[in-house]
Design a protein around this ligand. Structure first.
Ligand code: ADP
Ligand code: MG
Length: 678
């Protein structure tokens, strides 16, 4: 057996079971080994039957009697008695009639399970049994619990993983040996074996420390190498013209916040250099990032350079084009703005490209693919990435190849990444934080609402609508689902437009609509030709309709903390008090996430809390960053992160050659493509 052996080489894994594993992305022994448990259950402490107390327990005993019977409504119960020197204990299985015949009497078993009350008597329910031996898989140890899939249980996964132990124990070391020694961590082979089948909790901790360290080490090494590479590239110097900046600011309908001023200044410093800028501006929703981008663009446009602004959705691209058109109008640069999105007609696209080629349109605003694939960008000096998460090294290189130089890159994000994390993961980026929102913003009032208060809530909302405000309704699904009892956008739209709010103008917006229809509905809402917009999360980022002061989130418990906070940022952007109602799907009490949302408007605080609640795992507010998720390392483990970071720096300073470490090189190569996440 080797890492590349197919899973079907394992006992108990036939074609059918292999298909189930494939659902989890596992087709080879190597992938199985790499499938780490998500949690553990500790059944390691052996008790006598007399010592057993309610809760998870393990005993060593023999089966002295087994009976099976059908009880009411066809339910089958198998009842067994397990006996040791101290006494005996009852075991119960439900609907597993085969149990009775599978149990051997007069054999010593390890028996693990939850000892609890059932029909007025205590018993271990649905216990696991294994004949007593040196190496057990399901009992008498710390048991790994894996993420399961339909028809594939942790028990089956355990049985498969257990067979890989001979391979596991021979896995070659993946870290430089000097680092293993210096960090006093266990070997890769030991760590991986122990992450699946730890002999003790101390051994499990050592394994987690080793593998967590390695994860962060790889990630920071990738980021540092990216930075090094970027620093060697050459960009164009864009001079700073103070008068132009002053003029721009004098036409704004507001004064810049100190935070905006400071960040713009940092950007201008960067752009004057020939080293390419690679700066991330983090600012909570509504902190005013667009105007910062506009000012950066202005300097480049003034020198006849091109600027590209890439937005994650067409909706947002269109809105940005409008906003930037308005912002640049007083300076005479409005005509240079050119929108480039998929839903434009072929004729419009041809015209836009011609204008770009002729140099008339220099500020390209669109979705990434369009700008990247199809436009002449040889005068490109600055790329602004708004709320986009996949603009990595490869994308930058592609633009560089076209332009003949590396453009400056400015990334804007409202995904509030805790500072500690930003420093670690974004080692290659300079980070600016827009920490203060424009003055006069009232904090959004957020309330958790249970479905039986819906009628009252609608009354409250209707009063706001009567006074001229608008409402966003966000639903977790487009259409009703058979399996999930959630209000879909279509259903809520029907109910609101025909019943509850039939006297109001209601619109529907979701991702499956034609782009032209989406644009039309959005335009109607912006123009206040609609009072209510029922939508899915398509409105999550960037949408700016200051008159919309109320948001109702349906099935609120379905949304992640960061996402709900993003959504909420769509309201409270104007003069009026903003409201966000978190409607629960049922009358179960709300969880910690929603309560946190109710009590705080601070994206950074919420992000840190989110991190705590999730533990290791998804790093960012959004799920789509699969490749970067840490499986083991806790991002709140400051010490681990600091030492991994130091080690990565030392690796570079020592002039180590990555190619000497096959596995490390492979992982770092993959990570380098995605670490520049922005
Ligand atoms: P985000 O950071 O979420 O992208 P926007 O750039 O869309 O925020 O700005 C949100 C709103 O705040 C916009 O309507 C914008 O015009 C306004 N705004 C930006 N800066 C200021 C400021 N300094 N004072 C008042 N309003 C501002
Ligand atoms: Mg924005």
């Amino acid at each position: 057996m080797t890492l590349t052996s197919p899973l079907t080489d394992l006992k108990g894994v036939g074609e059918a079971v292999a298909k189930k594993f494939a659902v989890l992305g596992i087709t080879s022994v190597g992938q199985l080994i790499d499938y780490f448990p998500r949690r553990y259950e500790d059944y390691s402490r052996l008790l006598t039957t007399a010592q057993v107390e309610p809760g998870p327990v393990t005993v060593q005993a023999t089966i002295t009697s087994v009976t099976g019977r059908y009880v009411r409504r066809g339910m089958h119960i198998t009842e067994a008695v397990a006996t040791d020197a101290s006494g005996s204990i009852r075991l119960l299985w439900f609907n597993q009639p085969y149990r009775a015949t599978a149990l051997k009497s007069n054999q010593a078993y390890y028996i693990s399970g939850n000892y609890e009350l059932s029909h007025q008597r205590f018993a271990i329910q649905n216990p696991s049994l294994e004949l007593v031996s040196d190496f057990t898989v399901n009992t008498a140890r710390i048991i790994p619990v894996y993420k399961e899939t339909k028809g594939l249980t942790s028990r089956q996964i355990r049985a498969a993983v257990a067979q890989t132990l001979p391979v596991l124990q021979k896995l070659p070391e993946t870290l430089p040996l000097w680092l293993v020694a210096e960090q006093q961590v266990v070997s890769y082979a030991q760590a991986v074996a122990a992450i699946h089948f730890p002999e003790s909790s101390a051994q499990l901790e050592q394994a987690q420390r080793r593998l967590g360290f390695e994860e962060v080490f790889q990630l920071t090494l990738a980021a540092l190498l990216n930075k090094q590479a970027n620093d060697h590239e050459v960009s164009v110097a864009v001079p700073f013209v103070a008068d132009l900046a002053k003029q721009f600011v004098s036409h704004l309908p507001f004064t810049l916040t100190d935070a905006q001023r400071q960040v713009i200044w940092q950007i201008y410093q960067d752009m004057q250099r020939t080293e390419p800028m690679n700066r991330l501006v983090e600012g909570d929703v509504g902190s005013g990032k667009t105007v910062v981008a506009a000012m950066a663009a202005l300097m480049a446009l003034a020198e006849d350079w091109q600027v590209a602004l890439m937005a994650p959705t067409e909706l947002l691209a269109r809105q940005h084009a409008d906003t930037l058109h308005k912002l640049l109008q007083p300076l005479g640069y409005a005509d240079r703005v050119s929108l480039l999105v998929g839903s434009m007609t072929t004729k419009q696209k041809v015209a836009a490209r011609a204008a770009i080629a002729a140099g008339a349109a220099q500020f390209l605003i669109g979705t990434q693919a369009l700008i990247q694939d199809s436009v002449d960008v040889h005068r490109l000096a600055l790329v602004v990435i708004d709320e986009q998460h996949r603009f990595g090294v490869d994308q930058r290189k592609a633009l560089q190849a076209k332009a003949g130089h590396m453009p400056h890159v400015l990334s804007l994000t409202a995904t509030p990444i805790p500072r500690s994390l930003a420093l670690t993961l974004y080692g290659e980026l300079d980070v600016s934080i827009l920490g203060v929102k424009p003055a006069g913003r009232k904090p959004i009032i957020t309330k958790i609402v249970s479905p039986n208060s819906r009628a009252d809530l609608y009354q409250t909302i209707d009063q706001e609508l009567a006074s001229g405000r608008q409402l966003f309704v966000v639903c977790p699904l487009i259409t009703d689902s058979e399996t999930l009892n959630l209000n879909s956008a279509e259903k809520v739209y029907q109910q609101m437009s025909h019943t509850d709010f039939k006297h109001r103008r209601v619109g529907l917006l979701h991702g499956k609509m034609k782009p032209a229809d989406k644009t039309a509905v959005m335009a109607q809402f912006v123009a206040h030709e609609l009072d209510i917009l029922v939508a899915t999360t398509v409105i999550e980022v960037g949408v700016d309709v200051p008159n919309a002061s109320i948001m109702l989130i349906e099935g609120a418990e379905r949304f992640g903390l960061a996402q709900a906070h993003q959504l909420r940022g769509r309201v409270g952007r104007g003069q009026d008090q903003g409201y966000c109602y978190l409607m629960l799907s049922d009358s179960k009490p709300p969880g910690r996430r929603l309560r946190a949302l109710e009590s705080s408007n601070d994206g950074f605080r919420l992000a840190e809390l989110d991190l705590e609640l999730r533990g290791p795992g998804a790093i960012y507010g959004r799920a789509q960053h699969g490749q970067l998720d840490l499986r083991i390392a806790k991002l709140t483990d400051v010490k681990l992160i600091a030492s991994a970071r130091q080690a990565a720096q030392k690796f570079i300073d020592n002039g180590e050659d990555l190619l000497h470490y096959k596995q490390l090189a492979h992982t770092v190569h993959k990570l380098r493509a995605v670490t520049n996440l922005n």
